[in-house]
Design a protein around this ligand. Structure first.
Ligand SMILES: [Zn+2]
Ligand SMILES: [Zn+2]
Length: 357
C-alpha cells in the first residue's frame, strides 16, 4: 500500500493555477468557498474532509495506466473540451430492461438515479427516456463461456443510440442491467462511450454483490447456444436486486462517466469519484464526491453555487423516500436505500458547515 502525497504547493497550483487570469477567477469564490476548497491542501490531516489517494496494488488504475495528471489549468485550457450550450443542454438517461422487479420498482430506482445526477450537476437538466427492451434494440448477444451470463454487444447499442438521440441532448446514456462485451474476443466490458457523438452505454450487471460467486443466479447452461434474433432468453432474465450498495455504485458510475463528457480526466490528486478504476474493489474505494480540484473544474463549466449543491446532495440522501412515489401514483412506495451513503454524508456535512447560505 502506498499513499500518494503531493506537496501543498503542487496541490495549490493544481487548484488555483499560476496563470494570473485563472488565479483572479479563483479569487471570485467567497472566503468560505475558498476555505472549503483549500481543505484539499491539508488532505488526510485532522479537520480536512479530503483524503490522499492510497494505491493498494500494481493492478490499481494509477500504476497500471500512467497518465499526466490534469490540473484545473490544463482542464480549462483544453480546446477540445465540449460545454453544454443553449441548444444542447440536457443529459438523457435511458434504461434497458428492468432494475430489480419490472414496473414500479424499476421506475423508482431510475428516478433516484436521475435525481442524483440532477443534484450532482446542479443547474443542468437530466431527463429520463422511456425504458426499452433488449429486443427493441436488435442487439447481438451471447452467453459468456466463463461466467455463463447473458451479454449484449456494445457497438450495436451505440448504433441504436445514435438513431434515437434527441436534438437537445448534450449527452445520452444507456444503462442496462445486462452485462456487455465490445467484441467477440473480449470477455466483458463495464461500458463504452463515444465522446465525439456524445453518448455511452454502461452496464450495472457486475455491481451485483453475487456476480462473481458460483451461485450467481444469472448463470445459464454452458450448452446453451441462443439463436441471434430470438430475444426470449431476456424475458424474466435475472437482474440484480435493488440494494444500497447497488444504488451507491450506480450513482458513482453515472457521475464519473458524465464527468468525463465535461472533460474531467481521471483524478490523480486526491480521493475523488473521478479516480480511474481497474476493478470493482477499487471502484468501491472511490468516494462519492469530487475532490476540490475536480469540483472547481465542474463548477466552472456548470456554474452552480457550491454550498447549494452540497445542500441538495445531502437532501437527496435524507429525503423522505416514500413521498415522491405516493404523490406520483397509488403504487406501493419503496424506501430509498441510502445506508451505504452514510460515510459520504459525514464529509458532505463538513463541507456544508463551511458555507452558511
Ligand atoms: Zn473513467
Ligand atoms: Zn479529483
Amino acid at each position: 500500500m502506498k499513499v500518494i502525497h503531493h506537496s501543498v504547493e503542487t496541490l495549490q497550483t493544481a487548484l488555483v493555477s499560476n496563470r494570473q487570469d485563472l488565479a483572479k477567477l479563483y479569487r471570485k469564490y467567497t472566503r468560505e468557498e475558498r476555505q472549503l476548497l483549500e481543505g484539499g491542501l491539508r488532505a488526510g490531516q485532522p479537520g480536512s474532509q479530503f483524503q490522499p489517494i492510497t494505491v493498494h496494488s500494481d493492478s490499481d488504475w494509477i500504476p497500471a495506466h500512467p497518465e499526466e495528471p490534469q490540473s484545473f489549468e490544463s482542464f480549462y485550457s483544453n480546446p477540445h473540451r465540449k460545454n453544454p450550450d443553449a441548444s444542447h443542454n440536457t443529459i438523457y438517461i435511458q434504461t434497458i430492461g428492468s432494475f430489480g422487479k419490472p414496473g414500479a420498482e424499476t421506475d423508482q430506482y431510475v428516478g433516484w438515479l436521475r435525481e442524483y445526477c440532477q443534484v450532482f450537476f446542479s443547474g443542468l437538466t437530466v431527463k429520463l427516456l422511456p425504458a426499452v427492451t433488449v429486443a427493441e434494440t436488435r442487439c447481438a448477444f451471447r452467453v459468456n463461456n466463463d461466467s455463463q451470463n447473458l451479454q449484449i454487444l456494445t457497438s450495436d447499442f451505440l448504433q441504436f443510440l445514435w438513431n434515437k438521440k434527441p436534438k437537445d441532448a448534450f449527452w445520452l446514456i444507456y444503462i442496462p442491467m445486462i452485462d456487455l462485451y465490445p467484441r467477440e474476443s473480449w470477455n466483458f466490458v463495464f461500458g463504452q462511450a463515444s465522446l465525439s457523438k456524445g453518448m455511452g452505454v454502461f452496464s450495472f450487471a457486475r455491481y451485483d454483490d453475487d456476480f462473481y460467486s458460483k451461485t450467481y443466479a444469472g448463470k445459464l447452461k454452458k450448452s446453451l447456444h441462443p439463436k441471434q434474433g430470438d430475444y426470449s432468453l431476456f424475458d424474466g432474465y435475472y437482474t440484480p436486486p435493488i440494494t444500497s450498495t447497488l444504488l451507491l455504485r450506480s450513482c458513482k458510475t453515472l457521475t464519473h462517466e458524465i464527468g468525463h463528457i465535461f472533460g474531467l480526466k481521471h483524478c490523480q490528486w486526491l480521493n475523488c469519484v473521478m479516480q480511474g478504476s481497474n476493478h470493482l474493489e477499487e471502484s468501491d474505494r472511490r468516494p462519492l464526491d469530487l475532490c476540490p480540484i475536480c469540483l472547481r473544474k465542474l463548477q466552472t463549466v456548470v456554474g452552480f453555487h457550491i454550498g447549494e449543491r452540497y445542500k441538495a446532495l445531502l437532501e437527496w440522501t435524507e429525503e423522505d423516500p416514500t413521498q415522491s412515489v405516493k404523490e406520483a401514483s397509488a403504487v406501493q412506495a419503496f424506501p430509498k436505500p441510502t445506508e451505504a451513503f452514510q460515510t459520504s454524508v459525514k464529509s458532505m456535512l463538513i463541507c456544508t458547515s463551511f458555507i452558511k447560505n
